[in-house]
Write a new protein. Structure first.
Lengths: 272, 545
């Protein structure tokens, strides 16, 4: 990114001394210095992919990349707020949080982490295919990414179902109630001794809150990938222009990285 | 301006962003940053009127010691809705979303913001958030104060907390998207020759404010999500009976809401830079200091939130650090005020309406800022915490600072936005009315607070009545002052003199394009060859005032 580049577009065409005499006005409307008007430029390049506010594809690409990174920065702060809450309560109630996280199935979590990492690989391959200009493989890799993403959500749904069945959803009425198994007829006591019950419930509040927000991001990501895959199938992208594929990729990798933080925090710390 | 040459504008019908189409659809689906700026201008004016109506009710109730106009519960809702609407739906979008939207692309010499459709989306999000807020107000209101403190807001209040919170949440995303657009535009869309050090300081301030919008707003967003989840599903995160910590809400809330003060005031600084140089006919004093002090404010503002929490039982060392940092964040603000004052020195100062607002801003912001230093002191803050001293302090910053700069900016760029001049004498009259009304309203509140009158009560002991009556009387004058621009600015749309491209003889790219500008802003991409504010070495002309 050329953050320190004084200007875009025709800047490199300018003479080194832009200010020949102090008496001239601040701004010279010299057609020989300025790039042609937007419309003319639009036609000259023949790219219908350059939006009217940009001069060329390079500027457009830089702008959308910076925009996506800026958006991801806000996402970091968004999850950061939830992680702060988690850190505060983990530090306040270490024993209860350790006991609660032990009830998570670390193996299923690890499996899901693997699924998500694979989806990041296929996403990277989709971007690569876009750079190579392979319409077919953009679509293929994107759809495989969707399959991995959906698999992750499926496993997540299984985990949620299990936890709710185990009375670990943080609702006071079920969380504290004995667990009655209709098939075996056995009634088991609540998971936690009374003194750990409230903080353990906090753990599960944060668990469902944070993984839920993460899953919501996955759902949005899958939706976006499907739209981009459809655009790719319609032949909208080329090696010169494939911003949407790249930006979707950035977003998808970000959502993966969030999970890479959530998995150890929620499943692994203090297990032993 | 009378000393400058007067060149009548050649009046010819010309296509511009306003007359290109008159259909409703052409406004509601526009991606033109100038039209979106106008949409915001109309919307936030409506919200200002609603928020002002709630303020009127507050001042009416407080005109007498007895709580005779409304019940305590109603009063709680009235001041809460006043705060929520004014902060989230007026002050935060005020200057960035109207003047910023209109001016940032013009000032960088671009055809539009980097993401015009996202810009339109941000207006729709703002309107959805605002509508939710209004619906919440009409369907019973909310009584938590604009700060939604837990556990009252989660466990006890039976009012529309979730709906109002949702409104603030959605409007927050509008703010994030506006900030994102400004950051990318200023980085990537500057015209040839416009280096960072040649940018108008308007852009530096707007850029700094945008950074806070990007990095602060998502934190209050997640806090509101947790609050709503707690109310709806009983998560317990802020509930002390279930191991949660209500103070955590205050941390998360103020982590955004203190920097949010700078989301409001930095754009006000942005406006002052442009106005004070133009009406002093001088280069700004200490360009780099003013530019980097904006960034310094943006950074330091993230580390001062604990000064809202001196009496929550946070550790005394934490309090001392937050106290020190709160003093520290005043340094860059002071640098700005001193540099503006130095800019006036030996300038050819003229007293047009926008410049009047600059002077009002300087005086009132200094009072607001210095009383902020009082409040950054641990001991004094404990004495006046939750009293009218606080109310007076932040109204001096928010109204005396932000609103004065906003009105000054609206007057300054009104000819550019509409192509029409407003009537000068009545504008000056309105400005003085606002200044007098403002001070009469809020200065007595410093005394009330120092004497111990707590905020957020609908009745009070009789010894506070004289000062409260002064305040209510001032509010009447203030309301009249605010009403005037509504009328004469609308009047000027039809009857105002045609403004030429540059009625103030100002520097800056926005003055090189016709008023109102064409949709594409510039016929040719401008090329910048000089630094900003070169008033001293340019034969600037008033082009068609």
């Amino acid at each position: 990114m050329s953050a320190h580049n004084p200007a875009h577009g025709a800047a490199h065409n300018l003479p080194a001394d832009l200010n020949p005499s102090p008496a001239t006005s601040q701004v010279a409307f010299d057609p020989s210095l300025a790039p042609p008007g937007a419309a003319a430029l639009h036609e000259a390049h023949g790219h219908s992919m350059v939006a009217h506010q940009f001069d060329d594809l390079a500027q457009q690409h830089e702008a959308s990349t910076l925009g996506m990174w800026a958006f991801l920065a806000t996402e970091v702060m968004f999850f950061g707020g939830a992680l702060t809450a988690y850190a505060v309560y983990r530090a306040t109630y270490p024993e209860a949080f350790a006991a609660a996280s032990r009830l998570e199935n670390w193996f299923v979590g690890a499996l899901n982490t693997g699924v998500l990492l694979c989806s990041s690989l296929t996403m990277a391959l989709a971007v690569h295919a876009a750079q190579m200009g392979s319409r077919k493989w953009i679509v293929n890799w994107l759809l495989i990414t969707v399959v991995f993403g959906t698999a992750f959500l499926g496993v997540k749904a299984y985990e949620y179902n299990h936890l709710i069945h185990e009375h670990l959803f943080p609702r006071a009425d079920t969380f504290d109630a004995p667990r009655h198994d209709h098939e075996t007829g056995v009634t088991k006591p609540p998971h936690f001794p009374p003194e750990l019950r409230r903080p353990a419930q906090l753990f599960y509040s944060l668990y469902f809150g944070m993984t839920g927000l993460h899953a919501l991001h996955m759902v949005i990501g899958i939706g976006v990938i499907l739209v981009v895959a459809w655009q790719a199938w319609r032949g909208r992208f080329s090696p010169e222009y494939h911003n949407p594929v790249e930006m979707t990729g950035l977003y998808w990798h970000f959502v993966d990285i969030v999970w890479i933080f959530l998995y150890p925090l929620l499943y692994l710390i203090d297990r032993t | 301006m009378t000393t400058l040459d007067y060149i009548p504008a050649a009046v010819e019908p010309r296509e511009n962003y306003l007359n290109i189409s008159y259909r409703l659809k052409s406004w509601l689906l526009t991606v033109d940053h100038k039209r979106i700026g106008i949409l915001y201008l109309i919307s936030i004016t409506a919200f200002f009127i609603v928020g002002g109506a709630f303020a009127t009710l507050v001042r009416l109730e407080l005109a007498t010691p007895a709580g005779d106009l409304m019940t305590a519960e109603t009063y709680n809702k009235v001041f809460s809705m006043h705060g929520i609407i004014m902060v989230f739906f007026f002050l935060i979008p005020s200057i960035p979303a109207t003047l910023g939207n209109f001016l940032v692309p013009l000032m960088v010499g671009a055809r539009d913001l980097a993401f015009p459709r996202i810009n339109l989306l941000s207006w729709y999000l703002f309107m959805i958030g605002g509508t939710l807020g209004i619906v919440a107000a009409l369907s019973g209101g909310v009584d938590t104060g604009w700060t939604f403190y837990t556990p009252y807001s989660t466990a006890f209040s039976n009012t529309n907390v979730v709906l109002t919170g949702l409104g603030a949440f959605v409007a927050g995303f509008s703010s994030i998207l506006t900030g994102l657009n400004f950051v990318v535009t200023i980085h990537k869309m500057r015209c040839p020759g416009l280096t960072w050090m040649r940018m108008p300081l308007f852009l530096w301030s707007m850029y700094s404010a945008s950074l806070i919008m990007l990095l602060g707003t998502p934190v209050v967003a997640i806090a509101i999500v947790l609050l709503a989840a707690e109310r709806l599903f009983g998560l317990g995160i802020f509930d002390p009976t279930r191991g949660g910590d209500p103070i955590l809400w205050q941390h998360l809330f103020w982590f955004y809401s203190h920097p949010a003060v700078y989301i409001m005031i930095l754009p006000a600084f942005a406006v002052i830079n442009e106005l004070i140089t133009c009406f002093s006919r001088k280069r700004i004093f200490g360009y780099k200091w003013v530019a980097f002090s904006s960034l310094a404010i943006a950074v330091i503002s993230f580390f001062v939130w604990g000064h809202h929490m001196f009496v929550t039982g946070q550790s005394v060392y934490g309090g001392m650090i937050f106290s020190f940092l709160s003093f520290f964040v005043a340094v860059p603000s002071a640098i700005k005020v001193l540099n503006w004052t130095a800019t006036l020195y030996r300038g050819s100062v003229s007293f047009d309406t926008p410049m009047l607002y600059v002077f009002f801003f300087l005086g009132l912001f200094v009072i607001g800022g210095l009383t902020g230093l009082f409040l950054a002191s641990l001991g004094f803050d404990v004495h006046v915490h939750d009293t009218y001293f606080i109310v007076a302090h932040f109204h001096y910053v928010m109204v005396g600072g932000v609103l004065m700069a906003y009105l000054g900016g609206i007057h300054f760029w009104w000819p550019k936005m509409t192509g029409k001049m407003y009537p000068e004498w009545i504008a000056k009259f309105a400005a003085f009315t606002i200044f007098v009304g403002f001070n009469l309203t809020f200065f007595p509140q410093f005394f009330l607070g120092q004497l111990g009158m707590p905020r957020r009560y609908h009745s009070y002991p009789e010894e506070y009545q004289v000062l409260n009556v002064m305040s209510s009387a001032g509010a009447t004058i203030l309301a009249a002052g605010y009403a005037l621009p509504l009328f004469y600015l609308v009047w000027s749309l039809r009857y105002g003199r045609a403004a030429g491209p540059n009625p103030w003889g100002a520097t800056g790219l926005e003055w090189l394009t016709p008023s109102p500008p064409p949709t594409e802003n510039f016929e040719q991409t401008p090329v910048v060859t000089k630094e900003a504010y070169h008033y001293s070495d340019k034969e600037l002309q008033v082009v068609g005032a």
